[in-house]
Ligand binder design. Structure first.
Ligand code: ADP
Ligand code: MG
Length: 554
């Protein structure tokens, strides 16, 4: 008997929903994007019970007629693309026709809508496979989503605290509002208005509405036809990574490459542990960018990402280093013009080849006296400064250096993957990493939940660039499971130790004199240069006195 079967539509949609609808905020995102695609100028969002009880989005857009209202919640039902060509020139936010069907498969859905210009509207209620309709007078469209994940308890269990889910909802509406200044938004959470944004004249005014006058006055504006950036003035940085937004063709994206272009532009201006705020708006030919990479469209793939990196970097660097009169730059009407399209190569951009141990590849910056070392037994190195004889366990030493860097630095140098890496974990590993995701991010591993026990890793500390990141994350999970729960610092310490152990140079790796010198220089800067993170010695020193005693010369 055949064992393969085609899954029924309901189950198919539930599986698809796992990718599109991760949490209540995903529902909010899909619904308000639909309202925007329907040319709404007013969008009102109401949320009860962190979105698990109710999410209601109302708009004054074009609405749907009866036929469309009955089609829209089926899978692959969309009015936005017709053929393959359309897929490569998308100018709506939606196009996959998956959102409403996914939502309908994991919640109770009610649609009230009326096509503009028509007299009667329709109310459609969908619950599982049961659909009820009735005619009603209506204007615009309201979509109500009740009892989210009522029939997928596993999903529901994975939701975070109500506070966290509400935070994601606010963030979602904020992001959308930041690219659609002409649209008015209200967001009510459990009856309380948390965002009330009237139509704004431009993006600057919208940033003002959302973040207030103080934030606006700390930004400079750089505007070119296809790239507009509001970014922190040279003297106004944050101790945390907040208010960092990147939008491409009106969509918020998390793109580590672009983010690192900003940080690189601030190089030498940014004090350690400080972060700029930025709002980056890019427009490009839809053919230059692919949003069909991630079901929730959080990721983009650029046809020429190096060009875009350089474009952003050069634009910012140019304006940051001009550095005069920027305080006035956000005054109305006063914009700085961006440079033309000439692009020069930037050494060290994330696309450049990355070595395994960037630590060892940095040129030695300190002049050491002439130096030579001897490799002993595949694990040790002997050297002398003419006085002492030192035997170094180079794996242990490197471990100490990486460990302190991961544990203490606020500003670990990271490299972004051109294409994010997927890491699949066991459910238990997935859960523990999820619980500690902030700590994992703090040490420079930029990753997001992708659902179904998969994380997407976008960037890692430079020295992990060519390693097996999946294995490292599994090791972190293992040590967290064994180590139990604790304070942020203890957790970070634990993770730092795991990674350091994993990525330090192995015994058997031959180091050049330059590499040894660099290693020693870094070791000297450590708080505890004498021990590896496990407490074993990194080096043993013999003074002439020690040697005399050992040779029984006294
Ligand atoms: P997509 O947005 O990818 O097309 P969705 O499942 O989100 O898929 O929506 C399916 C269709 O339902 C849309 O293509 C659109 O025609 C219609 N629709 C959804 N929401 C609205 C709305 N608020 N106003 C008008 N039409 C809507
Ligand atoms: Mg949609």
């Amino acid at each position: 008997m055949a064992e393969i079967r085609i899954l029924p539509e309901e189950l198919r949609n539930q599986i698809a929903a796992g990718e599109v609808i991760e949490r209540p905020a995903s529902v909010v995102k899909e619904l308000i994007e639909n309202s925007i695609d329907a040319s709404a100028t007013e969008i009102n969002i109401e949320v009860l019970g962190a979105g698990k009880r109710l999410i209601r989005v109302s708009d004054n857009g074009t609405g749907m007629d009866r036929e469309d209202a009955l089609l829209c919640f089926h899978s692959h039902a969309t009015s936005k693309i017709k053929d393959k060509e359309d897929l490569f020139r998308i100018n709506t936010l939606g196009f996959r026709g998956e959102a409403l069907s996914s939502i309908a498969s994991v919640a109770r859905l009610t649609i009230k809508t009326c096509k503009k210009g028509m007299d009667t509207g329709i109310e459609v209620s969908v619950e599982g496979s049961r659909v009820r309709t009735r005619e009603i007078p209506y204007r615009g469209t309201t979509i109500e989503v009740k009892n989210l994940f009522y029939n997928t308890p596993a999903r529901k269990k994975f939701l975070r605290s109500d506070r966290t889910e509400v935070y994601h909802i606010i963030e979602t509406v904020t992001e959308t509002a930041l690219t659609n200044p002409a649209i008015s938004f209200t967001l009510r959470v459990d009856g309380k208005e948390v965002l009330g944004l009237t139509a704004a004249e431009d993006i600057r005014e919208r940033i003002h509405q959302v973040f207030g006058a103080e934030v606006v006055s700390s930004l400079i504006e750089v505007a070119t036809p296809d790239l507009t950036v509001y970014t922190s003035r040279e003297d106004r940085f944050n101790p945390r990574r907040i208010n960092q937004y990147i939008f491409v063709n009106g969509r918020p994206v998390k793109d580590q490459t672009l983010r690192s272009a900003v940080y690189r532009a601030y190089e030498n201006l940014l004090p350690r542990g400080k972060h700029p705020m930025f709002f980056i708006y890019m427009t490009m030919d839809p053919e230059e960018v692919d949003f069909n990479v991630h079901p929730a469209k959080r990721e983009v793939r650029f046809r020429n990402s190096e060009f875009i990196y350089k474009r952003l970097y050069l634009l910012l660097r140019d304006h940051l280093f001009k550095g005069t009169g920027s305080a006035a730059a956000m005054q109305k009407g006063e914009k700085r013009e961006g440079p033309g399209p000439e692009i020069t190569a930037i050494p060290g951009s994330p696309q450049d080849g990355q070595g395994l141990y960037s630590l060892l590849e940095e040129p030695a910056r300190y002049a050491f006296p002439p130096f030579s070392s001897l490799s002993i037994g595949n694990a040790f190195i002997a050297y002398t400064d003419g006085e002492m004889l030192t035997i170094l366990d180079y794996h242990a030493a490197h471990e100490r250096i990486l460990y302190e860097r991961l544990r203490d630095s606020d500003d670990i140098r990271v490299s972004a993957f051109l294409f994010p890496r997927q890491v699949r974990l066991s459910p238990k590993e997935y859960e523990i990493i999820r619980d500690h995701i902030d700590t994992v991010r703090a040490i420079g591993i930029d990753m997001d939940e992708f659902g179904n026990n998969v994380f997407m890793v976008r960037a890692v500390p430079e020295f992990l660039f060519n390693t097996d990141i999946g294995q490292i994350i599994r090791d972190i999970a293992k040590s967290l499971i064994e180590g139990g729960r604790g304070e942020f610092e203890a957790i970070r310490d634990n993770i730092a130790r795991t990674i350091a152990c994993h990525s330090a140079v192995r015994a058997g790796h031959r180091l050049t004199d330059t590499e040894v010198r660099e290693l020693l220089r870094e070791l000297e800067n450590c708080k505890d240069p004498e021990h590896c993170p496990h407490g074993r010695p990194t080096r043993i020193k013999f003074s002439p006195d020690n040697l005399r005693r050992m040779f029984k010369r006294r």
